[in-house]
Design a protein around this ligand. Structure first.
Ligand code: EPZ
Length: 425
C-alpha cells in the first residue's frame, strides 16, 4: 500500500498550478449522457474518481477518449445500457449523478444505491423524491433504485437541505422534461453553476444559477459542446493552508479567487497574508504564529466542509483556542484522532471540535480515513517536527492530482513510499 513520507519543518516557496475541479468534472461528465454527438472537455483532472466515472460511462456504451493534455473526447450516441453496477457505485458514490440523465434520455435507469460513506450516511432521498415529483416510477430492489418514466414532466421541488449533487441530478433531468421545473433551496456551489452553464451552452433554458432558486424549462433535444472544467477551489484552499501549515510563501495559479472569498477572510483573520494577482492567482505568506479563529462549515458561499479538516491543522498550532463546527456531515471529525497522534490538543463535543493550539506537532505514522482527512494529514506532516508517514494514500489520489509532486516542487520533503521501505527516522 502506498504511503506518503513527510519530513516536516521545511518552509515552502514557489508556485503551484491548480487542476480542474473534481466536483465540477463529475456532473459535467454525466451531462454528456443528455445529448448525442461529440463533446470536448478540457482541464479534466487526472484523478481516481474521474477514472472510475469514465469507466462507468463506458459501461453504459459511451465512447470516451482521453488525450494527454487532460482533454476528454466523449460521445454518448451509442448509449446502450441504463444500469450503473454496484461494483462501480460502491467505489464512487457520485456515480448516482447518472440517474437523472439516464431517466431523462432513456426513460429508465437502474442505479445501485451508493451505500454508506466514512463521513456520514449521505442518503439520496432528495434525488429520488425529486424524480418522483417529475413523474418517475421508482422501486428499490436488491440494493438498486429502478426508475422509469415515459417522459419526465416539470415540477416544483424543495430541498430540505441545499444538496449539491441533488441539485445537479435534478437540474440535468429537468433539461429534457416536459414543462417548467423550479428547484427551491437549491445548492449555489460554483460547480453547480459550472454544470448549469454547460447545460445552457447545450441549449437548455435555465435561470437562477448561483441562487437558491433555479428555474428550468425543459426541451426535447440538447446538443454536444466544448467545455473547460473550472479550477478546483478545494484544491486551491488546501494549498493556501499548506503554506499556513509549513510557513513560507506560495503563489497559487489557475484559480478563481472569488470562489474562495469566505475561506480567504477566515485565513486572513488567522494571520495569513493573502494577495490576489491578475485575477487568477493568489499569493499566500505566513510569518510567525497563527491566530486562533472559530470556523463553522456552511453550504456555499459559507466556509466549505471540504476544507474543515485542513483548517483544523492550522488551528492545532495556532495561538489560543478555536471552535470548529461541522454542520454538513455528521461524522467528519475522523481526522481528529490522527491529529492527536501528532500531539494536537483537540476535544470533540457533538458537532464541534475544540482545538487548543500547541507549540508544534510531532511526526508519527497516521492513517487517512477519507479524501479530505488525508489532505489534512499531509498538511500536518508539513507542520510537524520529524517524520510523518501518512497511510491510506489511495484516499488522497481520489481527489488531488499529484499532490506529493506539487508540494515537492515548492520545497516540501515528501515522497511516496511502499510501506516496507519507508524511513522510520
Ligand atoms: C457534494 O456531495 C460534494 N461531492 C462533497 O464533496 C461535498 O462535501 C458536499 O457536496 C457538500 O458540499 C460532489 O460534488 C461529488 P450534499 P453531496 O448532497 O452532493 C444531506 C469531497 O470531498 N443529504 O450537498 O453528496 C447529506 O447527508 C466531497 O470532494 C440528504 O439528506 O453532498 C448532507 O448532510 C465529500 N439527502 C447534506 O445533505 C440527500 O438526498 C449535504 O449533502 C442528499 C443530501
Amino acid at each position: 500500500m502506498d504511503c506518503l513520507e513527510i519530513k516536516g519543518g521545511r518552509t515552502l516557496s514557489g508556485t503551484i498550478r491548480i487542476s480542474g475541479a473534481k466536483n465540477a468534472a463529475l456532473p459535467i461528465l454525466s451531462a454528456t449522457l443528455l445529448a448525442e454527438g461529440a463533446f470536448r472537455l478540457s482541464e479534466v483532472p487526472s484523478l481516481e474518481d474521474v477514472r472510475i466515472f469514465a469507466e462507468l460511462l463506458r459501461e453504459l456504451g459511451v465512447e470516451i477518449k482521453s488525450l494527454e493534455d487532460s482533454t476528454f473526447l466523449i460521445d454518448s450516441s451509442k448509449l446502450n445500457s441504463h444500469e450503473a453496477p454496484y461494483e462501480l457505485v460502491r467505489r464512487m458514490r457520485a456515480s448516482v449523478l447518472v440517474l437523472g440523465p439516464l431517466v431523462a434520455r432513456l426513460g429508465r435507469a437502474r442505479v445501485s444505491l451508493p451505500g454508506g460513506c466514512a463521513i456520514g450516511a449521505r442518503p439520496i432521498d432528495f434525488h429520488l423524491k425529486g424524480l418522483e415529483l417529475m413523474g418517475a416510477k421508482l422501486e428499490i430492489r436488491q440494493g438498486f433504485v429502478e426508475a422509469r418514466a415515459r417522459r419526465l414532466r416539470g415540477a416544483q421541488i424543495y430541498f430540505d437541505i441545499p444538496s449539491v449533487t441533488g441539485t445537479e441530478n435534478l437540474m440535468m433531468a429537468a433539461c429534457l422534461a416536459k414543462g417548467k421545473t423550479v428547484l427551491e433551496n437549491a445548492a449555489r456551489e460554483p460547480e453547480v453553476v459550472a454544470l448549469g452553464n454547460m447545460l445552457k451552452e447545450m441549449g437548455a433554458d435555465i435561470h437562477g444559477l448561483g441562487t437558491d432558486t433555479i428555474i428550468i424549462h425543459g426541451s426535447r433535444h440538447l446538443r454536444p459542446v466544448t467545455c473547460t472544467i473550472i479550477p478546483d477551489r478545494i484544491e486551491a484552499g488546501t494549498y493556501l493552508m499548506a503554506a499556513g501549515a509549513a510557513g513560507g510563501e506560495l503563489t497559487i495559479e489557475n484559480c478563481v479567487p472569488e470562489h474562495l472569498d469566505t475561506v480567504m477572510l477566515k485565513l486572513k483573520a488567522a494571520g495569513l497574508k493573502l494577495k490576489i494577482i491578475d485575477s487568477d492567482k493568489i499569493r499566500v505568506r505566513r510569518r510567525g504564529r497563527l491566530n486562533s479563529v472559530d470556523v463553522k462549515t456552511q453550504p456555499y458561499p459559507g466556509f466549505p466542509t471540504d476544507l474543515q479538516a485542513q483548517i483544523m491543522v492550522l488551528m492545532a498550532v495556532a495561538g489560543k483556542l478555536s471552535v470548529i463546527t461541522e454542520t454538513i456531515f455528521e461524522n467528519r471529525f475522523m481526522h481528529v484522532a490522527e491529529l492527536k497522534r501528532l500531539g494536537a490538543d483537540i476535544r470533540v463535543e457533538g458537532r464541534s471540535a475544540i482545538v487548543r493550539g500547541v507549540k508544534h506537532l510531532n511526526g508519527a505514522p497516521v492513517m487517512a480515513t477519507d479524501l479530505r482527512a488525508s489532505a489534512c494529514l499531509v498538511l500536518a506532516g508539513l507542520a510537524a517536527k520529524g517524520t510523518t508517514l501518512v497511510q491510506g494514500v489511495h484516499h488522497l489520489d481520489r481527489g488531488y492530482e499529484r499532490m506529493d509532486e506539487k508540494l515537492a516542487q515548492v520545497g516540501a520533503r515528501i515522497r511516496r513510499v511502499k510501506m516496507q521501505d519507508s524511513d522510520p527516522g
